[in-house]
Design a binder for this molecule. Structure first.
Ligand SMILES: [Zn+2]
Length: 749
């Protein structure tokens, strides 16, 4: 296959969930989004699924899913967040793989090492788990086994490739600098470097096991140019650079997915232009993916890889364990001597966790190692807890043993999560990434202690004390542990308190004798309350972590705040057979991001109730407001009607209009009042969501929706029609009322 082109995108975010709540807490630096996953999804992952191809006049020709025409991998932990929080984009990613599979016989999606762990630095067990869980996750989502796997930072060595091959992975992608020597017959070798390596065809790596493993090498300079040389500023120029570089065999680029749209605004549109030109066969180019190329043009030559090398460190894999000089973060005077003790502390802990897992888990599982490997299927949702217990738990295991077994599995998952490569990648130990990594350690350690392991904290923090922050105020790794990590720990007290605060702030406190739940992805707290006795409501609170069977139940007494401040409420908790602990919610000392998360929940709840109220009152008001308008010559009471403005707009835009005389007066009022309305942006967001929602219904009234868009414009409202455009794109071909709406939404019709 000649003049073949494949552009690969590596889409990944470090795990940033709070390991108790399983929920991403607010990250101030990601404003205006709540956290970085949300921000990068809005800037890159979502636009990549719906990249606008425009004509010369700026009208939309097509919404192109770049995922459908490029090779890609998306990290499993990112995909599970997306499935929950950005389902539309998630669905487009899965669809892209299905469509490319139908077109090329091989899907575009590649698997990725589960927690983005630097595999050459991982133990044999951890290598196996990271790969097996990645395969399980991929298979559950994409409905097929993965053919290729993206290695975190393309970090590779022979044992890593052996684990991939044993898991049925056919190929991976490496940087040209990771090839050491090539051979035509597997016997006579000649040394190569990034400049002399022929990257146009895949190679076979001769593994000691004899298992097949192919390696593709991407084009270094062009991949770099996408990231750093503004190639995405001009789609035509980008295409010409690529076209000029194609020739015999395959030209492939490997890029970070976030380059498109996040690092480079509208980069996805330049990419969409290139993909469109290439798929139309301009200059004789064939768009393909790695697996399709591999099937058409199997490797005929051999390569010896540089052991323990990666794409983002010139010193092997030192970036993830020593002060090698590779860094990102923009602080010239900083050093990274903290990397070694951080690695040492985590390695020590994982060794202890493994020993504990097999010692305690031995009698609980039919085969502890097999159970741990298969746990990836539970995480992926392709195996139910019941099926897993039946297949992997020891026969007739009592409830207590089952509870411990699930906790041990969870402990291992958090232990692995702490090794996500990002903890070492940047220049400072007090950054978000290392602190998150240590938070996962903290959670794993808690599960270890809870299942009978001797406390590893003193030994581990002694090692962390050797890590010195570049910021003198931060001190050592042990100070960071004490000041930034430990305060994040949840206890029954903090969890029940947050549940009570949520229920209060969202107006969901249960009536007597009934229950209400505070639900996070990682844990659920169910609260039942009875009639008050002496001003306090007795009841129970039970805590259950996701993927665990143990339920911790507490007797509670809740004394609601007599002030308007819910933090003035007080609570007492009694553990089974334990002592009663009484406290006021304000003394629980929740970390700031958990308090922000509560404030966020309150603001959302408040907006919901406020909007519902204005909507129902405005239904009456629209009949009356014109009478007010008629009196405007003598009276000016318009400010009294202002709070009803959003509801009135809503009715005006979505409902049948009033008689024309009244309607004209009402429009005038709405236009005037809207100019300075503080809730204009919130209303525009609601209009945008509602329009997209209506468009997604089975039989939308497109003519009515087209009028709606015009009416919004008449009122000087300019919602972001992006979601509506996406929804309409699903209703092609555009004809009749659909065409009318398409035109209103900026499409070329
Ligand atoms: Zn380095």
């Amino acid at each position: 296959m000649d003049r073949a082109l494949c552009i690969h995108g590596h889409f990944y975010q470090p795990p940033r969930e709070d390991p108790w709540l399983g929920h991403i807490l607010p990250e101030g630096s990601a404003a205006p989004s709540r956290h970085w996953n949300e921000r990068i999804c809005r800037e890159s992952y979502a636009p990549m699924a719906r990249a606008r191809r425009l004509d010369g006049a700026g009208h939309i020709l097509e919404l192109l899913s770049c995922y459908e025409w490029m090779s890609f991998n998306v990290g499993p932990t990112l995909l599970s967040w997306m499935a929950r929080s950005a389902p539309e984009t998630y669905a487009r990613i899965l669809e892209a793989d299905r469509k490319s599979l139908a077109r090329l016989g091989h899907g575009n999606a590649l698997a990725q090492v589960y927690h983005h762990v630097i595999l050459p630095l991982a133990s044999d067990l951890d290598k196996e788990l990271e790969v097996a869980w990645a395969v399980a996750d991929f298979t559950a989502r994409f409905g097929r086994a993965p053919e290729g796997m993206w290695l975190a930072e393309t970090a590779v060595d022979t044992p890593t490739l052996e684990v991939l091959a044993a898991a049925g992975i056919a190929f991976t992608i490496l940087a040209p600098s990771q090839a050491e020597a090539v051979s035509d017959d597997g016997k006579a070798w000649r040394g190569v470097d990034a400049g002399s390596l022929d990257i146009r065809r895949p190679y076979t790596v001769l593994l000691p096991s004899g298992r097949p493993m192919a390696v593709f090498f991407y084009h270094g300079p062009l991949s770099q140019a996408v990231a750093f040389e503004r190639l995405l500023a001009d789609g035509e120029q980008f295409f010409r650079r690529l076209s000029g570089a194609t020739g015999q065999g395959l030209l492939s680029l490997a890029t970070d997915g976030e380059t498109y749209g996040h690092h480079f605004t509208f980069g996805e549109m330049a990419l969409a232009y290139v993909l469109d030109q290439a798929r139309s066969g301009r200059d004789g180019i064939t768009l393909t993916n790695y697996a399709a190329f591999l099937a058409a043009d199997p490797p005929r030559r051999f390569v010896r890889i540089r052991e323990a090398s990666a794409w983002s460190c010139a010193h092997g894999v030192e970036r993830w364990r020593s002060d090698c000089g590779c860094t990102t973060g923009g602080h010239p005077g900083y050093n990274q001597q903290w990397r070694a003790p951080l690695r040492k502390a985590l390695n020590l802990l994982k060794t202890l966790l493994d020993a504990h897992f097999f010692a305690v888990g031995g009698p609980l599982f039919a085969d502890a190692r097999k159970a741990l490997v298969a746990y990836g299927r539970v995480l992926a949702g392709s195996m139910t807890a019941e099926a897993f217990e039946a297949a992997h738990f020891a026969a007739k295991l009592p409830a207590a043993g089952r509870g411990v077994a699930w906790k041990l599995l969870s402990m291992q998952a958090w232990g692995l999560s702490s090794f996500a490569s990002c903890a070492w990648f940047f220049d400072e130990i007090s950054r978000l990434e290392p602190v998150n990594s240590l938070t996962f350690v903290c959670r794993a350690m808690e599960l270890a202690r809870g299942t009978g392991m001797a406390d590893p904290e003193p030994e581990m923090t002694a090692i962390l004390a050797e890590a010195r922050s570049n910021d003198p105020e931060m001190g050592t790794g042990r100070d960071i542990w004490d000041n930034l990590v430990r305060p994040r720990r949840e206890t029954p007290k903090s969890l029940v308190s947050q549940a009570m605060l949520h229920l209060t702030l969202e107006g969901r406190l249960p009536p007597s004798g009934e229950s209400a739940e505070a639900v996070w992805p990682g844990v659920t707290v169910a609260v039942r309350l009875d009639d008050p006795e002496d001003g306090a409501r007795p009841g129970t609170a039970s805590i259950r972590y996701a993927l665990e069977t143990a339920v911790e139940a507490y007797a509670v007494r809740y004394r609601p705040a007599v002030t308007a401040d819910p933090y003035d409420g007080c609570l007492s908790l009694v553990a089974p057979g334990g002592l009663e602990e009484g406290f006021c919610l304000r003394d629980v000392r929740l970390p700031v991001n958990k308090r922000q998360s509560l404030a966020d929940a309150f603001a959302r709840h408040n907006e919901e109730t406020w909007f519902a109220a204005t909507l129902s009152r405005a239904a009456t008001a629209r009949r009356l407001v014109t009478e007010l308008q008629e009196a405007q010559h003598t009276l000016n009471l318009a400010t009294l009607w202002l709070p009803l403005w959003p509801g009135l707009v809503w009715h005006d835009v979505f409902d049948l209009p009033l008689p024309e005389k009244n309607a004209a007066l009402l429009r005038l009022f709405l236009l005037e009042a809207g100019r300075n309305s503080p809730v204009k942006a919130a209303l525009e967001a609601r209009l945008s969501d509602e329009t997209a929602r209506r468009l997604a219904e089975p039989d939308p009234d497109c003519r009515k929706l087209a009028r709606l868009i015009q009416r919004a414009a008449d009122l000087d409202l300019h919602p972001d029609w992006w979601p509506a455009q996406n929804a309409l794109w699903e209703r092609r071909p555009f004809a009749g009322p659909t065409a009318e709406l398409a035109k209103a939404l900026g499409f070329v019709v």
